[in-house]
Design a protein around this ligand. Sequence first.
Ligand SMILES: Nc1ncnc2c1ncn2[C@@H]1O[C@H](COP(=O)(O)OP(=O)(O)OP(=O)(O)O)[C@@H](O)[C@H]1O
Length: 444
Amino acid sequence: MLLLLKPWRDPLKDLKHQSQTWIDAFEAFMLDSSDKVRRIVDNIEYPHECRLAADLARESESNIPVDDVVEAGVMLGVDELSLGEDTDTRNVGGETITEESITAIYENLTPRSELNHARQAIEIAKGLRIFKGQNAEWTVHPGSTANALGGDIVKLSAWKEQMKKDVLTQTADEDPPASVSTASNTSAVITQLIVEPPQKTPVGVGPAVVATAPVVGVIAGLHPSILRDEQYRAFDIIRWHLDETLADRNPPPLRMVLYGEGGTGKSKVIQTVTEAFAQRGVRYMLAKTAYTGVAASLIDGKTINTLMSIPVKANGAAMSDRVKTRIQAAWKHKRYLIVDEFSMIPKSLLQAMEKHVSIGKAGSSSYREEYTFGGVNVILCGDLHQFPPVAKGKFECLFTRQDPATDTENSALGRRIYEELTTVVVLREQMRVTDPIWRDPGAD
Ligand SMILES: Nc1ncnc2c1ncn2[C@@H]1O[C@H](COP(=O)(O)OP(=O)(O)OP(=O)(O)O)[C@@H](O)[C@H]1O
């Protein structure tokens, strides 16, 4: 929180005094903080509270009892557990907000999906230069008409085409189209949808539409041609593998690490890859996840615990038939798994992930029993020095070699699974920070 909210140049000097603990430093900072900062801290869990409420509502709609304490815990992300007190009213800025007032606000809102669609339409139209000036508004004068010129028609057709692709991106995520049920007829459909891999263009010479508008709060992808070389290499490996899979050529499972410090553009690669899946009409084959809800939401994914129905607190109990049925339904069509911020995953959790995904794939037509993860392709993204595993000892870090003195059976298995990831792309170019003083803090 201090890193996020307090201005700093040298984190060790500016964020806390040497004599302070991090907790003391945070408390001291909060004492002097502005109302705005307090509001941010107070509300930081709010999106997760909303998502949890939605998850619980969905669970109850599908007749799964919500008062089944152990099973309800299974569905929660780690950071979704401390929700604070359950109250019917909140006081924001002296105004009391009740359930009724929230309902009234929601009733007057345009549905989010429509807003996203409208934003997307405008972004794409801007990219295609349908609007005349940079900030021109699209005003309609009653009674007056204008003749469209040839160029306008071309732009409008391009806009319609791009809109169609984006509708695919937004809708084709969870389930395959009804007509796509087997691998072979998948590839038949795909040949119609496949787009040629783009030629790389020099940096700065981007196509008219460089990115589609993101789902709100999710990092948008880039057109592959404007990815940096290292980013493109990672994208191209996954794209190639996907095309081989779709052509039924059964490539060996992809076991890949996309490694790079914060700001080197990993999330951009993930979203560009997502769009490649959507363009091929197979978004439903891709599962995206991260350890924390915040990291998962940035890539439009789910937390590991939710996606794989892994209990937050391992209780050693055998998996119930109900959970098994649920993960098999969720994983039936999944072929690729992208995990962001993988440094937070302890070895034993990687082992649990492998086990749950394998169970999830068992019985499906794409299950490959001889491979870990039931043959699902795995791409771990992150930086081992960014966030260590939460609340676990050093021996649980994935980069710590196996050691019989400290490793448990599960953590040793987790390390062995990690060692399978031999395709590694390292992103070195810092994309977020452009000020040289930040890039090299040691320089005066
Ligand atoms: N090819 C690119 N061209 C221009 N900007 C880019 C490119 N790739 C990434 N960026 C920008 O760099 C910044 C960091 O990118 P991104 O969030 O993908 O990095 P990251 O490695 O996922 O960071 P973190 O690990 O902190 O989440 C973003 O502002 C993004 O828009």
